[in-house]
Design a binder for this molecule. Structure first.
Ligand code: UVW
Length: 317
């Protein structure tokens, strides 16, 4: 029988930021994004061109989601046909209007994960008891991130382009050394407190392949090593943003453990994770003008006790 590995064993000596911002902290590494970091980011606005990074919810071509989740369902409640009926609401003056609602996984589109979204060994970010998640996150929900907002210098690391490819493939990995090399090839350096945006263009395969995309599901992405986690901790990276569904290679190749960086970076260091972004227009622009740095700004929705929230981040060049 194959040896089973546990997250606890893998991350036994992994670095932690628990307690660094006090016992009551729910923001983690986003604390690095001070007003000075906002002003540092603003210095990278040159043309005023704005890029929105959210994927369309309800895309006629389909919405990529983590296996087991389903895309948002939008239902029309009121439209002009409502007033074909005799019992339609009547408003003085004859007002008609359109109304709709969505039923959605809060993690089912471009999204911020709450710091309490994943855990192991019974503890979430900052050491809070995992039982505080029951019925809703009493600690480290998405609401504190939404309240604060995320603004700083963003850096696009175009890994697909760096590897000379249209998109990275299933299970393909890279690490912090690759990020540094990619940055160098783009003529920039990754600086302390940068928001890292990593492009793989992997979700192109979702649109090209349809259902086959989910066979042997294993996204490409960063892969765990103690050195990589220390690199994130030393550079005080506040936020990791990617164009994949879950921000890292789905199964760590050596142990087969699922999503260890969610635990090592988010649960242990408090790095905010932003997933399912569309980086294509931004990447095309960066390739054209050679400017891979910009102001990054995002605020997820303020949803009480939520594990995550949709977001439409902005890159302003
Ligand atoms: C899981 O944690 C399973 O997924 P995500 O972080 O992509 O929402």
């Amino acid at each position: 029988m194959a040896e089973q590995h546990s997250m606890e064993d893998l991350l036994r000596d992994a670095p932690s930021n628990w307690g660094k911002w006090g016992d009551e902290d729910e923001l983690g590494s986003l604390n690095y994004l001070t007003p000075a970091e906002v002003l540092r980011g603003v210095q990278h606005i040159r043309s005023g061109n704005v890029f929105t990074l959210q994927r369309l919810i309800g895309d006629p071509k389909g919405d990529p989601v983590w296996p087991g989740r389903s895309p948002a369902q939008r239902t029309m409640i009121f439209d002009e046909s409502t007033w074909d009926s005799d019992d339609a609401p009547a408003f003085p003056g004859g007002l008609h209007y359109a109304d709709d609602k969505i039923e959605a996984f809060l993690q089912g589109s471009t999204q911020y994960d709450a710091l309490g979204h994943v855990w192991y060994a019974g503890k979430i970010w900052n050491g809070y008891d995992a039982r505080t998640t029951i019925g809703g996150l009493d600690k480290a929900s998405v609401a504190p991130i939404a309240e604060r907002g995320v603004v700083g210098r963003g850096v696009l690391l175009d890994l697909a382009r760096f590897r000379g490819r249209e998109n990275l493939d299933k299970g393909e990995t890279f690490d912090h050394n690759d990020l540094e090399a990619c940055a160098k090839s783009q003529g920039i350096e990754i600086e302390k407190h940068d928001v890292l945006l990593i492009r793989t263009n992997f979700l192109k395969l979702f649109f090209d392949q349809g259902e086959q995309f989910y066979e042997g599901f294993n996204e490409p992405g960063l892969t765990y090593s103690p050195e990589l986690v220390r690199w994130f901790q030393d550079r005080e990276i506040p936020n990791l943003v990617t164009d994949t569904i879950a921000n890292e290679v789905t199964y760590e190749p050596e142990t087969g453990i699922a999503l260890p960086l969610h635990c090592a970076l988010m649960r242990n260091l408090g790095v905010a994770l932003t997933e399912i972004c569309d980086l294509e227009k931004l990447a095309a622009s960066c390739a054209e003008d050679g400017q891979y740095t910009f102001l990054y700004a995002a605020a997820p929705l303020k949803v009480h006790r939520a594990t995550g929230s949709p977001v439409n981040p902005l890159a302003i060049k």
